[in-house]
Design a protein around this ligand. Structure first.
Ligand code: NAD
Ligand code: LMR
Length: 369
């Protein structure tokens, strides 16, 4: 297998699978227009944006369109059965793979209603990633819903296909739940009339659907600008609004899909952190919240050095969104400490409900592998 280290080959290859869709197009636009500004000034590293979709005309058109933007980032289109090697060519030597492929919700549907269609898409893309990527280096970011079930499904699919058996790929598969953090921050600022120029940072842990979403609003107590933003009644309303924020967009789009622009914004923020890491601007990504596997294939802690409170707080669930430290090798630390900082409402009311629902969601994903 050729070198996939960015510094060694001087190329950072980012693949977007499902790049012709609502999220895929907007995210690819943000990457094409902004990713270059993250490169160190003195670098000779070049970014390649490798875009794949099953919709041939849409991906060819989208890529042609992006290619007219005057940033020095190469864009290539890939689709099944194309002359340039289809998904194999798209994925080979990839450093970062981002997956927004899949069907979005319509009004009246839950994210879980998407499971069968999207599970078969992710299983097939998982087999391709295993075949064409170097599983011991690639990082995979999952956007497709239902995240709670599809991240376990994809991580297990990759482990199953890992022929060498020692890739630790399960420590480099991440579900992007960042839209929930973006929403929490936005809604608090709206309440404050956008009076402060410093947005609040509110970690959101658990999963990414309804009552599995736990916005840790108790954190606001630590920031003087926002400490008194939420009285008890308002806090309940805000928790509900974050948990069901996705429904607001599905309803507003009235049959034309779910969040795309705000998701692309959230996805780009996460992708930027990985670009910083992979091009060597930073050694680790610190305090990023994503939905990940907390144990490896041997049931050992994914981050052995972490202060482990898992069994005390999250019933040995294998997947959960928590603050992480990530290096090029994958998850280095899981910051379970946040569980000790939860207030009684978060710990005794929100957490037990989350755990119950999330357990079922994880089992669904694992059973489909
Ligand atoms: P979309 O229908 O606009 O785009 C999906 C794209 O995936 C389409 O272009 C389609 O052709 C492509 N596709 C389908 N099967 C494929 C395959 N096998 N390989 C490659 N491409 C394939 O949908 P969207 O609005 O972009 O949403 C995509 C997914 O993201 C949905 O499942 C949605 O629920 C999810 N989503 C997640 C979050 C989150 O917070 N994680 C937020 C919003 C949406
Ligand atoms: C969201 O939170 O907006 C996404 O998960 C899309 C959806 O189905 O709500």
């Amino acid at each position: 297998m050729p070198a996939v280290d960015v510094q060694e080959k001087n190329i950072l290859k980012i693949c977007v699978l499902g790049a012709a869709g609502g999220i895929g197009q907007s995210l690819s636009l943000l990457l094409k227009s902004n990713a270059g500004s993250l490169l160190p000034r003195d670098t000779s590293t070049h970014i390649r944006l490798s875009l794949y979709d099953v919709n041939k005309d849409a991906i060819v058109g989208t890529t042609a369109d992006l290619s007219h933007i005057d940033t020095p980032i190469t864009t290539t289109a890939h689709y099944p059965g194309d002359d340039t090697g289809g998904i194999g060519q798209c994925l080979s030597d990839a450093n970062l793979v981002i997956i927004p492929a899949g069907v979005p919700r319509k009004p009246g549907m839950s994210r879980d209603d998407l499971i069968h269609v999207n599970a078969s898409i992710l299983k097939s893309l998982g087999a391709d990633i295993a075949k064409y990527c170097d599983l011991s280096t690639v990082h995979v970011l999952v956007i497709s819903n239902p995240i709670n079930s599809l991240v376990p499904l994809l991580a297990s699919t990759l482990v199953k296909h890992d022929e060498k058996g020692n890739s630790r790929i399960e420590s480099r598969v991440y579900g992007i739940t960042h839209l929930d953090l973006v929403r929490s921050s936005t809604f608090v600022q709206q309440l404050n009339g956008f009076k402060s120029n410093i947005p609040p940072v509110i970690p959101v842990i658990g999963g990414h659907s309804g009552d599995t979403i736990i916005p840790v609003f108790s954190r606001l107590q630590k920031s003087p600008e926002y400490a008194n933003s939420l009285d008890n009644g308002m806090r309940l309303k805000m928790v509900h609004r974050v948990q069901y924020g996705g429904d607001e967009i599905v309803k507003a789009k009235n049959g034309n899909g779910s969040a795309t622009l705000s998701m692309a914004y959230a996805g780009f923020k996460i992708a930027s952190k990985f670009i910083d890491l992979l091009v060597g601007n930073v050694d680790t990504i610190d305090d990023i919240v994503m939905y990940v596997s907390l144990t490896d294939r041997n049931n050992e802690e994914i981050a052995p050095g972490s202060n482990i409170l898992r069994s005390d707080y999250i019933n040995n669930l294998q997947y959960f969104a928590l603050p992480l430290t990530i290096s090029k090798n994958g998850i280095e630390e899981v910051h379970y400490e946040i569980m000790e900082d939860l207030d009684s409402y978060e710990r005794d009311t929100l957490l037990p409900i989350c755990l119950q629902t999330l357990k079922g969601n994880i089992d669904v994903g694992m059973n489909l592998v």
